[in-house]
Design a protein around this ligand. Structure first.
Ligand code: HEM
Length: 133
């Protein structure tokens, strides 16, 4: 009998949620929120949010078991160091997570996958706070 790929616990989380397309949708929706956000938008150094969108999408894909394109292009993520130039205080953290919550909701993932993704994003955002209000 042939056992279809993914029927056992062989799939990465990246695959379980739908692969690249899902992460691209997530991050695209997130940056639509950032583009309209009076606190966050000025933090992004580039006029065009496209390259930042690309970096976050590739990072998340890699983190969850997808292709390692992020590190091929950018090296070790070292996220705390890369956020050091920006004031990530509680307000920035809350705004970031608010747009991410909206983006996660838009994916309509099965509840256990959604929870896993969301819990990670909350944890990661908390770990990047580098400034008191
Ligand atoms: C807590 C609130 C956060 C704020 C205010 C914030 C803000 C920023 C800003 C302003 C940049 C520079 C844009 C760019 O040039 O790429 C950036 C980059 C980035 N952020 Fe965040 N971020 C936050 C949380 C997170 C979290 C939770 C993650 C991961 C789960 C993340 C992942 C990244 C990545 C991968 C980059 C690009 C790093 C690089 O390769 O240069 N950020 N962030």
């Amino acid at each position: 009998m042939e056992i279809p790929r993914g029927s056992l616990e062989t799939q990465t989380f990246y695959e379980q949620v739908g692969g690249e397309e899902t992460f691209r949708r997530l991050v695209h929706r997130f940056y639509q929120g950032v583009a309209e956000d009076p606190l966050l938008r000025p933090m992004y150094p580039e006029e065009d949010l496209g390259p930042a969108e690309e970096r976050l999408a590739l990072f998340l894909m890699q983190y969850w078991g997808g292709p390692r394109t992020y590190s091929d292009a950018r090296g070790h993520p070292r996220l705390r160091m890369r956020h050091a130039p920006f004031t990530v205080n509680r307000a920035a953290h809350d705004a970031w997570l608010r747009h991410m919550r909206d983006a996660v909701d838009s994916l309509e993932l099965p509840a256990p996958l959604e929870t896993k993704l969301w819990d990670y994003l909350v944890y990661a955002a908390g770990s990047l706070i580098n400034a008191a209000d």
